[in-house]
Design a protein around this ligand. Structure first.
Ligand SMILES: [Zn+2]
Length: 505
């Protein structure tokens, strides 16, 4: 499909979604629209959304009233709001159910008289549609939660609900994701995947399982170190001859380091999907290197970008992952991406509007992530699906911090450590309070056999440049194992890279 066709599809979808789902059934946006006098007919296309400056959603707004973001139809509104055909369809369902019951009964009675073998082969069962009630519940009743990590909302996770249709939609995407991974041609018995994501409230974990259900592919959930443990996960990966590994970058790296130490055979692994955190080139190289040591021939590391609020994750195509920096393919019929206040390189804040489904729905959600968006055909794979092009930098309160009067952008600080080949793990700790002074402590683990002092001096000066002149108070060298424990790679949802231990003033 061309860009024009995608955009036309998106506009139709959005228009229908606003008129039939959001305006009548969504508590938060319904009220907001009525308060500002916005009618469904004012929103005919994605570009119309830009005219409503009051229509912005942030993490804090959702965290304050998460239930108000769940689509909630009432019987009265189901019958009175568009489309006019909805009540007719619901009544028709009930009639069809009753009508089909009679022929089914007749068939059964006739066939019952035949010999049992013939009966079994000849059995006729007309499929009965779901009843109106069951259909509405399948569509609207929340059924599966995913949660944010709560990093920016004071540690309280916000729950996002999926309904039956949301789950079915994810499953339907299965084959498209597998073709992006370049694994579309695998035989069913070859589609084996090890799920190293933590507990299933993690969006990536749910996503992986639903997508695999739709393909269908085999998935072995392990809980990412917290479930069955690294040793047993590794045994499963080896014994199942998994072709696909999926997990958060820190843990996958840890998992593979362990595999190398134990001299395990992971020669079947072809692809690794990383989710939940940014992946730099150094990390990618290191994971490929570790996999080669475990016997993998030509592994490809595929990064993903997703956020709980969109209830979806986007991945790189396999060709793009080999080249690097091509971006994440977006399915435009599921949601609209806007780039707010783009700079000359057309990079700006990513803003997402859901245009399908039910459960928790957000419109114009400000992610706080900065990236570019491109409709150009992918230079690596040639697909016309649009792309979110990185590097993705986070501009949220957990990445931009005021320390002792200096505004530090931790995106730059991360780069210092991520790009230094001598650093294997790192952690930054912010301690103290406003009165006694705020300090930064840096903990690093370094490669063996290098001049530790020289590396530390280099890191301190690079840190100072990245943090606008603020130098770390101390820098300490730990062993790799010690730092893995400190970071909580095997015990936390996300590694604690930047730990803010300051007391609230
Ligand atoms: Zn591509």
């Amino acid at each position: 499909m061309t860009r024009e066709q995608y955009e036309a599809l998106q506009d139709r979808q959005l228009k229908r979604f606003i008129a039939e789902e959001v305006y009548p059934f969504h508590p938060y946006y319904g009220d907001l629209f009525r308060k500002h006098g916005i009618l469904p007919r004012h929103i005919g296309s994605v570009s119309d959304l830009r005219h409503f400056s009051e229509l912005f959603t942030t993490k804090t707004i959702i965290a304050a009233q998460p239930e108000a973001f769940v689509v909630q139809p009432t019987p009265k509104r189901v019958f009175l709001s568009p489309p006019r055909t909805r009540p007719l369809v619901l009544v028709a369902r009930e009639l069809a159910r009753a009508g089909i019951a009679i022929p089914n009964l007749l068939f059964d009675q006739t066939l019952n008289r035949l010999p049992s073998l013939l009966y079994r082969f000849g059995r006729v069962q007309l499929p009965r549609p779901l009843s109106a009630k069951a259909f509405l519940e399948y569509r609207y009743a929340p059924h599966f939660p995913t949660g944010t990590t709560g990093r920016s909302t004071g540690g309280v996770p916000t729950v996002f609900w999926f309904t039956g249709v949301d789950m079915a939609r994810m499953a339907k995407l299965g084959s498209r994701y597998f073709s992006l991974l370049g694994m579309g041609n695998l035989q069913p018995q070859e589609r084996r995947c090890i799920d190293l994501f933590p507990v299933s409230i993690h969006l990536a974990d749910l996503f992986l399982r639903e997508v695999s259900r739709g393909v269908p592919a085999m998935v072995f959930p392990t809980g990412g170190g917290k479930g069955i443990g690294t040793e047993r996960s590794l045994r499963v990966a080896e014994a199942s001859e998994a072709r696909l590994l999926a997990g958060v970058p820190d843990y996958v790296e840890r998992f593979l380091e362990y595999a190398v130490d134990e001299k395990r055979n992971l020669s079947h692994v072809e692809r690794v999907i990383l989710g939940g955190d940014a992946v730099g080139p150094k990390r990618r190289e290191s994971i490929i290197e570790l996999l080669r040591k475990c016997g993998a021939m030509d592994p490809v590391v595929i990064a993903s970008y997703g956020f709980t609020e969109a209830k979806i994750a986007f991945i790189e195509c396999v060709e793009g992952a080999r080249e690097g920096g091509v971006g994440y393919h977006v399915f435009p019929e599921l949601g609209a991406v806007e780039i707010l206040d783009p700079d000359p390189n057309s990079r700006g804040e990513v803003c997402w509007s859901t245009i399908v489904g039910a459960g928790t729905v957000v419109l114009r959600y400000r992610t706080g992530d900065h990236a570019a968006f491109s409709w150009e055909p992918c230079p690596a794979c040639g697909r016309t699906l649009p792309r979110i092009v990185g590097p993705i930098t986070r501009k949220t309160s957990d990445m931009i911090k005021n320390i002792a009067g200096t505004l530090v952008d931790f995106n730059h600080v991360c780069e210092v450590f991520e790009n230094d080949a001598s650093v294997t793990e790192w952690q930054v700790e912010i301690v103290g309070d406003k009165n006694a002074g705020e300090r930064i402590n840096v903990f690093v683990a370094l490669r063996e056999g290098i001049d530790q002092d020289a590396v530390c001096w280099r890191l301190v000066s690079a840190f100072k440049t990245a943090a606008d002149g603020l130098a770390p108070y101390t820098i300490r060298v730990f062993s790799h194992e010690e730092l893995v424990v400190r970071l909580g790679i095997e015990t936390e949802l996300k590694a604690q890279r930047i730990k803010d231990l300051r007391k609230e003033a």
